[in-house]
Design a protein around this ligand. Sequence first.
Ligand code: CO8
Length: 270
Amino acid sequence: MSQSEATLKFEPLLVREEGPVLVVTINRPEALNALNEPVLIALESVLSWIGTEKASHLRAVILTGAGEKAFVAGADIKQFENFQPRDATAFARRGQELFQRIEKMNLPVIAAVNGFALGGGLELALACDFIYAAENAKFGLPECTLGIMPGYGGTVRLPRRVGPARAREMAFSGAMISAQEALQMGLVNRVLPQAQLLATAMETAMAIVNRAAPVAVGAIKESIHHGMQLNEEKAHELEARLFGDLFATLDAREGTRAFVEKRKPKFQGK
Ligand code: CO8
């Protein structure tokens, strides 16, 4: 481990800091990294920690699954057996809130999908800013084959990402699609050999860290996320407001001054 790497305790996750990038690995390979209660609690804890002063040096997050077979094969089906409607609604709301926290976080989050991303696993990847996939990755919403439906935002985010007709086809059939098909429909940004997946996600994360002002990335993230839910007129208003807000930041002053002075800017995230 290099000096700038540190491992943090958030079991059953593996959480590693590589300089300004946090690599979060869901670590239940024996259950294909299915999301059970301890995984959800650990994800909630990591997100809360990222919001603290101790994590203020972080600039990007990569989310992946342990092993070479699965990113996340869905919510843990074993816990559904005795669910009553009220339990199921509460469980769906809890996951939705967690995924919305990921979506609203002001750091870029890259999903590195290293295998199956099914049900809640695909929904988790969709809550990230964009997805890189290994060649062996498979995507699907198989809930209908269990007599249930997506409950962690799959019917909300997938149609916005790939269009409602493609989302319906996936969610009605429960069929899996390949990484190449996911690339063609714009669900993933890049398909990579499994061995290069994490390194490439890290390269992209570092390219963002090295070039972009953190306050700018946060504002862009908010403008796209929030703006997608507004009509064009309101979305433009939001963009103009966020654009204006950036001029109250030190980073915007530094970025424009550095350009004029022909030097590399030193951003502080303020
Ligand atoms: N939950 C629990 N355990 C799982 C899950 C899962 N989602 N997926 C795999 N596992 C376990 C298997 O049970 C198996 O355990 P064991 O060895 O103890 O039997 C182990 O992982 C390995 O899996 P397989 O032997 O099945 O591996 P295969 O390579 O044969 O098959 C598949 C891989 C095709 C991925 C297969 O495991 C599969 O179909 N998994 C289930 C996929 C699925 O249906 N996911 C959707 C779940 S529902 C969901 O995500 C809803 C989200 C919204 C929730 C809203 C809350 C109310």
